[in-house]
Every structure is written in structure tokens, then in C-alpha cells.
Design a protein around this ligand. Structure first.
Ligand code: GTP
Length: 394
């Protein structure tokens, strides 16, 4: 059956190893939450080690007092670590420090008494519940593991509260049973859940880190749109995910007109703001209907799945109109901006993204060649609207 020394040893080994794993990741990445999670696991392993000397050593301040302090320290570090992981840069540590100080003080008077166990279990229960609450509010990519960990923390909290009740019962009733078998089961549950939580936590952390890295690799940090790489990898799945192979899709390629002049006249920072402003217009219009990206310096692309060439052309005209109508303001100056656009389309059957981009690029080139501030699509090689050049106040 469940053999306590074996479970204790396994729990010690797992917590120590996971603690070392987190600490070495901290040394490599300097992410404070890793150090705190490592500390939480190592604290728990240390507590197990100290308690295991209970029979051999007659040093209760070590095997009881210090062990209890480490038991409380473990969820305390977990809670601070989860707060940090949840991107709360400034955590008010004062209440937690007071709580820990108060526990340390109270335990001085009762460390050799069952009250020490009651106090420790109660504080641990509260901290685990708080940890579950923080985790609930944390954005995690690994949803299943997040739920499992929340369940683990809540269950752990209940186990600790169960322990408090069992330890308190002889005091509040005339029943003098010491509930040893029940406490034994709760202790095993405590060791088991702690180890399980310690095993799930790294998975959640690394899944989030991986997702952050993928985001960094696929997104343009200036405009928050996809970058070229992200655009290609997102569009790659379209073919597989669209059942109707005769379904049309269109691509709009956009380029800001005379953008070099904006940089030269107003500076690179203003140029960056202009790029963000254009990106906002693109997002506003296409957020729910297309895949938007900044695929080059001042070049953007929008893929519209299920749209015809004519529909995409109309939307590109709409975007161009919006940009022309609402002047870009920076440092109290109005800077007129315009875009040229090339549109191309194909069917899912014939989709070759590079070719589609090439066609749109040819039309974009034509738009530039024939005056800028216009949209050119396959059927529209000459625009009826007279091109207007942006004017800059000197
Ligand atoms: N501020 C800023 N400028 C950029 C960025 N990437 C590219 N550019 C600038 O974009 C400008 C592109 O200039 P050109 O290719 O000559 O094109 P243009 O002046 O827009 O002229 P046309 O495209 O022919 O209308 C260059 O000055 C680049 O330095 C960026 O991230 N930020």
C-alpha cells in the first residue's frame, strides 16, 4: 500500500530536482519567478529532510520549528513567484513579510506543541488558495495544465484545512482520539499533491515562454502586426483549413508613398509613429476579416480569405481613403500620408503565396509608377482617379 517513507523520499527527490531545475533556469535567464519557484521547491525538500530527522535527533527547534518555517516558506515563495510570472512588476511584499514574521514569532512559543502544526497547516492552506486565485488570473497557453494546477492548489488547501480540523477536534470535543490514520492519509495527500504541483508548474512556465518566443519571432514589435515570417506561417494553414478549393482569396499589398521624405523631414521617430498609425488603420479595417502584416520597412500585406478581387479592391480603396482623409498628427504637426496598393487574387486550388505576393507587388509597382496614392488590381491597370502627392509644410 502507500508506504510513507517511500513517498517522503520520492517527494524529497522530486522537489529537490525541480528546485534545482528552476534555479539553473534562473541562472541562465535571470527570470526572478524561476528563482522563486526553485526556492519554493527546495524549501519544501528541506522541510521534508528536517522532519525526517525527528526520531533520530532530539533537536525540536530544528526538526519542528525550522521545518515548519520551511513548510510555510514554500507556498509563500510560490505565491510571490506566481505574482511575478503574472507580470506584476511591483509586488507589495510587506503583508507577506509581516505574515511570515508573525508565524516565525508564534512558532517560537508553540513549536513543540500540536498548535505549531495547526498554525502551519492553516497558513499553508490560505497561501495555496491565494496561489490558485493568482493562477486563475494568469494568462497561460497550457490551459489544461493551468486547470490541473489550480485544482491541485485548491485540493491542497482543502487537505491542509482538513488537517487543521482533525488536529483541532480533540481540543473542542471530549473525543480524545488522535485521528492518526486520517492524519496519515492527509500527510500522504499533502506530499503527493505538492510533488504533482511541482511537476506541472515547469510545463506551464515553459509553454508560456515558448509562446512568447514564437510571438516575438512572428510579430513586428513596432506595429504589433505580423511580420513577414508570421505572415507566411499563418497563411500556410489556409489551404489545409479551407474545404472548398474553388474558394477565392485576395491579397492587398500596401506601401506608404514618399516615406523617405517623412523620415528625412521629421526624423526616424516620427517615421516610426507614422508606421504605427498606418498599421492602426489597417488593423481597424481588416482585424476581423483578414491576415494583416508588415512585411517590409514601409510595406504591408493583407490576405483576405473568401474575398474576390473586386471586393478586395473596394476595401483597399476604403483604406486609402481613410488614410488620406484623416491626417497623421505628430508633435502638433499635421503630416499628410498616402498609400499605394496592389491587389491580386486566386483560388485556394491554385494558391501559391509567393506568386500571389509577386502579382500584387507588380500592381503596386504600377500604382507607384502611375502617380501613387491609388489602388491597382488585375483589371485596373489605369486608375481613373488623378493621383495626388502628399504636400509637406515647410
Ligand atoms: N522610420 C522608419 N523608417 C523606415 C523603417 N523601415 C524602412 N524605413 C524607411 O522607409 C523609406 C523607404 O524609402 P523608399 O524605398 O525610397 O520609398 P519611398 O520614399 O516611400 O518612396 P516610394 O515608395 O517610391 O513612394 C526609407 O527611408 C527607409 O529608411 C522603419 O522601421 N522606421
Amino acid at each position: 500500500m502507500l508506504h510513507l517513507p517511500t513517498i517522503t523520499s520520492l517527494s524529497f527527490i522530486f522537489n529537490l530536482l525541480i528546485g534545482i531545475l528552476f534555479t539553473s533556469f534562473y541562472l541562465h535567464k535571470k527570470t526572478t519567478s524561476f528563482l522563486l519557484f526553485g526556492g519554493a521547491c527546495i524549501s519544501f525538500a528541506t522541510a521534508i529532510l528536517l522532519v525526517s530527522f525527528k526520531e533520530e535527533l532530539n533537536l525540536p527547534w530544528l526538526t519542528h520549528y525550522l521545518a515548519n518555517l520551511f513548510i510555510i516558506l514554500s507556498p509563500l515563495l510560490l505565491v510571490i513567484g506566481l505574482n511575478k510570472f503574472n507580470n506584476k512588476a511591483v509586488i507589495n511584499l510587506t503583508p507577506l513579510a509581516y505574515l511570515y514574521g508573525l508565524c516565525a514569532l508564534l512558532l517560537v512559543f508553540v513549536y513543540n506543541h500540536v498548535l505549531s502544526q495547526i498554525l502551519t497547516s492553516f497558513i499553508v492552506a490560505i497561501l495555496f488558495l491565494y496561489g490558485a486565485f493568482i493562477l486563475l488570473k494568469t494568462h497561460c497557453v497550457a490551459k489544461l495544465q493551468q486547470r490541473l494546477l489550480i485544482i491541485g492548489l485548491v485540493t491542497h488547501s482543502l487537505v491542509m484545512l482538513g488537517q487543521v480540523i482533525l488536529l483541532l477536534l480533540p481540543f473542542i470535543t471530549s473525543n480524545n482520539d488522535d485521528f492518526k490514520p486520517q492524519l496519515h492519509i492527509l500527510l500522504i495527500a499533502h506530499l503527493f499533491i505538492t510533488t504533482l504541483c511541482a511537476l506541472i508548474l515547469p510545463f506551464i512556465i515553459f509553454a508560456n515562454s515558448e509562446s512568447k518566443l514564437i510571438n516575438l519571432a512572428n510579430n513586428d514589435s513596432l506595429t504589433q502586426l505580423l511580420n513577414r515570417r508570421g505572415f507566411f506561417s499563418t497563411c500556410k494553414n489556409i489551404k489545409a483549413n479551407t474545404a472548398d478549393k474553388n474558394h477565392t482569396l485576395a491579397l492587398i499589398m500596401l506601401d506608404i508613398d514618399f516615406f523617405k521624405r517623412v523620415n528625412d523631414k521629421y526624423g526616424h521617430d516620427v517615421g516610426d509613429q507614422a508606421l504605427k498609425w498606418i498599421a492602426q488603420h489597417i488593423s481597424q479595417l481588416f482585424m476581423n476579416i483578414g491576415i494583416t502584416a508588415r512585411i517590409g520597412g514601409e510595406e504591408f500585406a493583407v490576405l483576405l480569405n473568401g474575398y474576390t478581387l473586386e471586393q478586395a479592391n473596394t476595401l483597399a480603396e476604403q483604406l486609402s481613403f481613410n488614410i488620406r482623409q484623416q491626417p497623421f498628427y505628430c508633435n502638433d504637426q499635421s503630416i499628410p500620408l498616402s498609400v499605394s496598393a496592389g491587389v491580386s487574387s486566386t483560388t485556394i486550388n491554385q494558391l501559391n503565396l509567393k506568386e500571389l505576393l509577386l502579382h500584387a507587388d507588380k500592381h503596386l509597382y504600377l500604382a507607384k509608377e502611375t502617380g501613387r496614392d491609388k489602388v491597382v488590381s488585375q483589371y485596373d491597370h489605369t486608375s481613373s482617379r488623378k493621383p495626388t502627392r502628399p504636400q509637406y509644410n515647410t
